[in-house]
Design a protein around this ligand. Sequence first.
Ligand code: ADP
Ligand code: ASP
Ligand code: MG
Length: 403
Amino acid sequence: MAKKVLKFGGTSVGTIERILHVANIVKKEHLAGNELIVIVSAMSGKTNELIEHSKNISSDFDKRELDVLLSSGEQITCALLAGALIEIGINSKSWLNWQIPILTEGKHSNSRIINLSVTKINDYLTKKGVVIIPGFQGISKNGDVTTIGRGGSDATAVAVAKIFKADSCEIYTDVDGVYSSDPNKIPVAKKIDKISYDEMLEMSSLGAKVMQSSAVQTAMMYNIPLEVKSTFTDRPGTKIFSQENIDYTKSVTGVAYSKDDAKITLTDVEDKPGVAASIFEPLSKNQINVDMVIQNISLDQKTTDITFTVKREDLKKTIDIIKRNKNIVYKDISHNDKVSKVSIVGAGMVSTPGVTYKMFKGLAEEKINILAISTSEIKLSVIINEQDTVEAIKKLHTIFELD
Ligand code: ADP
Ligand code: ASP
Ligand code: MG
């Protein structure tokens, strides 16, 4: 007998038929003698639909009320799944965020789970009941409903696994594991049997939405093993755990990509000490995160070009701040938001020389222009033109033998 946390994502509970299918998976696990806490997402598309409703009322919809609205999606699936289990003869009960309660801290729409009361739930588990909990939400110290960021049901699952000291945390979704790249967009992508927390964290932070990055971060911090698997097939999924348990035969494990970035270039910036600080200080004061920075060599020792990237949603605000900045002198400012960030990720990169060269050479062979670069120990990201994304990912699969 094991204590298990099972999380079912939006597509897995997207229709009544699928909820009935999930109820059967849960029933099988229950009859195998396991204690089960099940976390559910909203039916697929529901959260987006609710956001649209709010936008039709106001482009600046009240944040407290938005959280009340968005949390309702998961509450619907909780009741439907508990009802479906009862219908097939399994004792089950749903608890809403305030009934447990799931305590959070932080701002509306971006809160963090800090605690969860275990007594009622543990009582019910000892009576052989299946517990259903809504993902993606909690309540603040003041009793206000909060949500914890898009894709946040993963984070709920990991937090619950940690607090209830579960033996396993299984993330059921619409693909049968973590792939070297998004299998729905890159058909040559291959399934990864096991991946370390560090690599998964890089993959999800760099665009692989199969796991939410803050969930991976918590799992890594508390050493909670995760498994990503399919709701629709019985194939084994991907195990995510600590690096010591993995032998690296390849330098690169996966290729992530995102289309969330924008590139800004300032030309003929006066080249003197402190100029970079004068550009970036007001951005950081306005909570704008600068990701990659490239400063060209100054040919005349007087001026230089500086290119950097920010999140696409921050582009307009960034340009406004730069234009208002009286402390910098430059000739021109240009931007490009039709770019994508393509990243290779792999713990094996640390011990393999020449990975950077191989990546750049491969992209050059496809005549793909690199617009910016950033590296860390286990990842290498480049900004390229958006239309080259798929070609770049395919090439990287070939040269790093991922396909
Ligand atoms: P859920 O609703 O179950 O949480 P998500 O839509 O959040 O599911 O995540 C699953 C999706 O993640 C897949 O359908 C797939 O398109 C996408 N995805 C992106 N990158 C990867 C990857 N490297 N491996 C697997 N899936 C990926
Ligand atoms: N329903 C929420 C979302 O769409 C949370 C989740 O599905 O994990 O972001
Ligand atoms: Mg998800």
